[in-house]
Design a protein. Structure first.
Length: 235
């Protein structure tokens, strides 16, 4: 029997944000583009992989976005946990459409007023040629519900992206999307870990660990290109 079954009626999902990329620091929209981890990001991935391995949990599965920055993070984790990552497009970041590859300042120059509108109307604004946060939330939450049902009483790891994970956490807790974004209550730093525990008999969720970066000597910012002000980094 898999050791993870010893958790009994409690299902645990370990949410992990991907490691840092150069575009995070530049505040450049990544979206669905394949941007690799930086050297720092790779070290962060190794650090979170070691932390996960030290938890004494028999993880049943490892799921990840198929985009390079998440997939690289998942591969490092998989090597340490001896798990083969299962990749899914449903765990991808929000599609940045025409904004992908552009700096925040370039978006503001080419699409005047749209960044501010996106910030105000995060629950409805659709990025030109891309998708809305509610659309991201729908696909990642559906994936989350499916793996929770599949892995009852087990523990799994899910590697994804800043905005996608924030949308997922809001859905899990039933939080208002606009309020969640403006208060930044669901933000996670690079390779930060959030643990969701689900009681298999009642379906109720608890969050015993949120945005933990104890494995990092220098935690990264939780900023995002979604922020209306400068001085932040991108998801």
């Amino acid at each position: 029997m898999n050791n993870s079954h010893q958790t009994g009626a409690v299902t645990r999902v370990y949410l992990v944000r991907h490691g840092e990329t150069a575009w995070n620091l530049e505040r450049r929209f990544q979206g669905h583009l394949d941007v690799p981890l930086s050297a720092v990001g790779l070290e962060q991935a190794r650090a979170v992989a070691s932390w996960l391995a030290e938890q004494g949990v028999g993880f049943a599965a490892l799921y990840s976005s198929d985009l390079a920055r998440a997939a690289q993070t998942a591969r490092v984790i998989g090597e340490r946990l001896r798990l083969t990552p299962v990749y899914s497009e449903r765990l991808r970041e929000v599609h940045g459409g025409e904004w992908q590859g552009l700096l925040v300042e370039e978006v503001e120059a080419r699409y005047p007023g749209q960044m501010a509108e996106w910030h105000r109307k995060i629950d409805s604004f659709i990025v030109p040629g891309g998708e809305s946060i509610p659309s991201v939330q729908e696909r990642i939450f559906a994936f989350y519900e499916a793996i929770v049902d599949k892995h009852k009483g087990e523990a799994v790891v899910l590697v994804s992206h800043g905005a996608a994970l924030a949308a997922l956490i809001a859905a899990i807790h039933g939080w208002d999307l606009v309020n969640t974004w403006h208060t930044k209550r669901a933000r996670m730093g690079n390779t930060a870990v959030t643990v969701i525990e689900i009681d298999s008999s009642t379906g109720k969720s608890a969050t015993p660990l949120f945005n933990s970066s104890s494995h990092l000597s220098e935690p990264t910012s939780m900023g995002s290109v979604l922020d209306a002000r400068t001085g932040m980094v991108a998801p």
